[in-house]
Write a protein that binds this ligand. Structure first.
Ligand SMILES: [Zn+2]
Length: 261
């Protein structure tokens, strides 16, 4: 499932290929049951140019200073492509913006759980969703308060988009694995320096994944991402990986080096 790094890679593709170009037309693929801009919303976009992008957690935005914004949510399997001229198109294109000069921004979504909508203001949108600070930008104090202050399981706190936006299941597990924290530990029982280490680790992990363009195969072999199987050898100690459901999500961890307190 796309998480923050995929959203950031998509934002970067939009930034590189879709700004400062006039939108000539919009084409739709097979879009039954999908939530996409209606004709009226599409008409507002024709003839305008995007001038900036923004990302908050897994949410992607592209817009301009005066005009409306597009909010793009990748859903379960969505992605963004920008093509130039008559290049071969991938399957499952749902929504395409054709720009003057030949670039086209495509929203591809095989599973149709993604959506696109026209919104007026990004800050209002983020406030209405009740999203916490972006995981790559959240500061020490906010992390200590929002995550470290939680009475529930630390993994659930990391996954709560209202506390911190953009950490999904994979990178919550990776953060806890790297810092030796039991996913079921009560966050408020953890010492301040352990919470601070989780903060640093989460940002280093997310940034490293962003730097690969969300290509997980390029991540180091000793990361948990490559060992998400019960019984696999732990890469940080003599233990082995176990699987457990925490806060409703499948979690992989090493009970030997990941401790509660
Ligand atoms: Zn271990």
């Amino acid at each position: 499932m796309p998480e923050l790094p995929e959203a950031e890679a998509a934002r970067q593709r939009i930034e590189d290929g879709a700004l400062h170009r006039t939108i000539e037309r919009i084409t739709l693929g097979e879009v039954s049951h999908m939530d996409l801009p209606d004709e009226e919303a599409q008409a507002r976009l024709i003839g305008t140019q995007f001038t900036r992008t923004h990302r908050h957690g897994k949410y992607i935005f592209v817009g301009s200073v005066e005009g409306p914004w597009l909010h793009i949510h990748l859903g379960m399997a969505g992605s963004i492509r920008v093509t130039h001229g008559q290049s071969d198109l991938p399957d499952f294109i749902r929504f395409s913006l054709v720009f003057e000069g030949g670039n086209t921004l495509h929203f591809r979504d095989p599973r149709k759980f993604g959506h696109i909508e026209v919104i007026e203001d990004v800050d209002d949108f983020i406030a209405q969703k009740g999203l916490g600070p972006d995981a790559l930008l959240i500061g020490d104090n906010a992390f200590a308060q929002n995550v470290g202050g939680t009475r529930g399981a630390v993994k659930s706190a990391l996954l709560s988009q209202k506390k911190i936006a953009g950490i999904g299941n994979l990178w919550a597990d990776e953060t806890l694995y790297r810092t030796g924290v039991d996913p079921e530990a009560r966050a408020c029982d953890l010492a301040a320096d352990r919470v601070a280490r989780m903060h640093r680790a989460s940002q280093e992990i997310l940034q490293a994944v962003v730097d690969t363009g969300a290509d997980y195969s390029r991540l180091p072999d000793d990361w948990l991402i490559h060992h998400r199987e019960a019984g696999d050898a732990c890469t940080r100690c003599d233990g082995s990986i176990e699987k457990k459901t925490v806060g409703g999500r499948t979690s992989y961890f090493c009970p030997t080096h990941q401790k509660g307190v």
